[in-house]
Design a protein around this ligand. Structure first.
Ligand code: ADP
Ligand code: ZN
Length: 617
């Protein structure tokens, strides 16, 4: 048997997968040859297999996996044990006795994967006998960007990991991260003393995540759109990111009142409360979390089906990291971003107050360009991360619905004239109100209802004007005086347009009703690609899927693990499509390894048989 055949056998029997993805095999093969590597892959790309398989393929040896997040470590071990893999952790949370047992098992060669925190490893390794150290077949450093001061998540305890290569020059080192920039990458190689490490860079594209932006919606309109969207995703897990703590509370409260159970999550909550919410979310007991950015770091949940940004994030890095939490199982997932002027003002303010005004303003501007874009959004994202991506993705709102360009000079003249007539003493939303001829008392008090431009734009809606004004701001027709109550000031360029010396083009605003997209061809193909034997004519039985989800939940609750660890959504879909009724049929499905087949074929095939007979009877 060749090495690759052996690896594929392990992949099938432990994980129930039939082939490696992307560069996985190259990385594993290079490691088995003894080479060091730096692996850059996006979240959900499949990093874990790269270090797990070499550990599993080793006869008596084990792989060390260094990871900073205890919660994540425990989840990974639970998931591996479900697959019958001897994986254990050494960390400060475990009792002395437990840790001693682990060390004994290591000595006997009974462990394949050892998860450990950096500080624990460094304090422990000196005490290990050669019976243990000789068995180390790989040192994997997960979240390797933590070693770099340039990265966004520096952890001092990582810096000492450099000594490992010197101590064990013959053991391959694999550094893995989802942070791609060159400085961090070079720093990882330097700090870990692996100058000759081969670099494996995967595409950062996450093609299964549909990218959508809604411009201009605020307040109740925005809330209604969020509710509509969640209703289309009933029963599915999702995260709603909000800018401030109070927004998370309000959002959760209002959703709950409408019968959509949601909870807030923010930095000011107690550790215990935060842990509870994370657990409930992971266990599918809580479907919707309204969170500030703090949520999601230590979560490996594969079936988050959507991420909503109720407010615009500060930069593209954060945005991409946050939406990356959706669809880790590779099934279609949605990202929905709301973008309005109020957020821009708040974010500009944050950026101005930050230590690094220039950088943060630039990053915000790029985020805004993404939100305003008239070209494929995935192109913008991937190009931002220096990846060449030169075609349209067909899975973003711009590709689905290319904006129509039109001569917006007349609209701009109305807006600019209104701004001028207030003596440049009005902020954006007031200008919208003037254009629409609103009867708000503030307008009348200020005499704005007497302006010549009052109500000239009444045939356009509020959100519509907001969206156009944002585009005009972006084009540089006027500026916002942040130090002057955000009053709008017409620029030189604005004057040229106002007096008819220049014309401008705008993207036609379209009122977006939030509707469910028909599954794309590609998604259909992905769904049908789940087993050896799926014939493309087979359809997933949605009612059966729901029943299988209940079976999964019952098993998870009884064995105190998260439902996604029993089976991923993708595996349930395979079951609901193939409808296996025997152990043999069950055992070849996506994600059904040997161990899980033995453990679970009876409850799942029983549910399938019951379902089929209820259809026939
Ligand atoms: P990362 O650590 O890069 O965020 P994971 O290792 O958690 O990603 O992998 C993401 C998901 O993809 C997991 O559910 C994993 O089981 C699945 N996966 C990884 N490799 C494969 C493969 N070769 N075939 C099928 N599924 C895979
Ligand atoms: Zn696109």
């Amino acid at each position: 048997m060749t090495r690759e055949e052996k690896a594929l056998m392990v992949l099938r029997s432990c994980y129930g997968y039939d082939s490696f993805r992307g560069q996985q095999w190259d990385i594993i093969n290079h490691t088995l040859d003894g080479g060091d590597s730096i692996v850059l892959m996006p979240t959900g790309g499949g990093k874990s297999l790269c270090y797990q398989i070499p550990g599993l393929m080793s006869d008596q040896g084990f792989a060390i996996v260094i990871s900073p997040l205890l919660a994540l470590m425990n989840d990974q071990i639970d998931a591996l044990q479900q697959n019958g893999v001897p994986a254990l952790a050494l960390n400060s949370e475990k009792s002395e006795t437990e840790n001693r047992q682990t060390v004994n098992l290591l000595m006997m060669g009974k462990v394949k994967l050892l998860y450990i925190s950096p500080e624990k490893l460094l304090s422990e390794i000196d005490r290990w006998s050669s019976a243990i150290t000789e068995r180390i077949c790989l040192i994997a450093v997960d979240e390797a960007h933590c070693i770099s001061q340039w990265g966004h998540d520096f952890r001092p305890e990582y810096t000492q990991l450099g000594s490992l290569k010197q101590r064990f020059p013959d053991v391959p080192v694999m550094a893995l991260t989802a942070t791609a920039d060159r400085i961090t990458r070079d720093d990882i190689a330097k700090q870990l003393h692996i100058p000759d490490a081969r670099l494996f860079i995967s595409s950062f594209d996450r093609p299964n995540i549909s990218l959508n932006v809604v411009q201009g919606s605020t307040g109740r309109v925005k809330f209604r759109q969020i509710v509509q969207f969640i209703n289309l995703h009933r029963g599915e897990s999702g995260i709603i990111y909000c800018l401030r703590r109070k927004d998370t509370e309000k959002m959760a409260d209002e959703l709950t009142r409408l019968g959509i159970k949601a909870e807030p999550f923010h930095a000011a909550m107690s550790v215990k409360e935060k842990m509870r919410i994370q657990r409930d979310f992971i266990n599918d007991d809580l479907k919707v979390v309204c969170a500030t950015i703090a949520f999601g770091m230590g979560i490996d949940k594969s079936n988050v089906r959507y991420v909503i940004h109720s407010n615009m994030p500060r930069n593209i890095e954060s945005y991409y990291q946050e939406i990356g939490r959706a669809g880790r199982d590779g099934l279609p997932a949605d990202a929905l971003l709301f973008y309005n002027y109020g957020d821009m003002v708040t974010l500009q303010h944050f950026a101005q107050q930050s230590g690094q005004v220039q950088i943060n303003m630039d990053k915000l501007r790029q985020m805004q360009q993404f939100a305003e874009s008239g070209v494929c959004r995935r192109r913008i994202l991937l190009n931002y991360f220096n990846e060449r991506f030169d075609h349209d993705c067909h899975n973003c709102d711009v590709c689905d619905n290319p904006p129509e360009r039109f001569d917006g000079s007349r609209l701009a003249q109305m807006a600019l004239s209104a701004i001028k007539r207030t003596g440049e003493q009005a902020a954006m939303y007031t200008v919208t109100d003037i254009l629409r001829g609103s009867n708000k008392s503030e307008l009348i008090e200020k005499g704005y209802d007497k302006l010549k431009t009052f109500g000239v734009g009444h045939d356009l809606g509020y959100a519509e004007w907001n969206a156009y004004l944002l585009q005009m701001l972006q084009l540089g027709l006027f500026e916002v005086a942040y130090d002057e109550n955000n009053h709008l000031k017409v620029t030189e360029f604005g004057n040229e347009v106002l007096y008819g010396h220049r014309t401008i083009e705008l993207n036609r605003y379209e009122r977006r009703d939030i509707k469910k997209k028909a599954p794309r061809q590609a998604d259909q193909a992905a769904i049908h690609d789940l087993t050896f034997s799926t014939s493309p004519s087979k359809q997933m039985d949605k009612a059966l899927f729901e029943k299988l989800r209940d079976v999964r939940k019952a098993i998870a609750t009884a064995s105190h693990i998260a439902p996604y660890m029993v089976f991923s959504d993708k595996s349930l879909q395979a079951m609901a499509t193939e409808k296996p009724t025997t152990q043999a049929e069950f055992g070849i499905l996506y994600g059904v390894g040997k161990m899980k087949c033995q453990r679970y074929w009876i409850p799942f095939t029983t549910a399938i048989r019951d379902h089929l007979s209820s259809l026939n009877g």
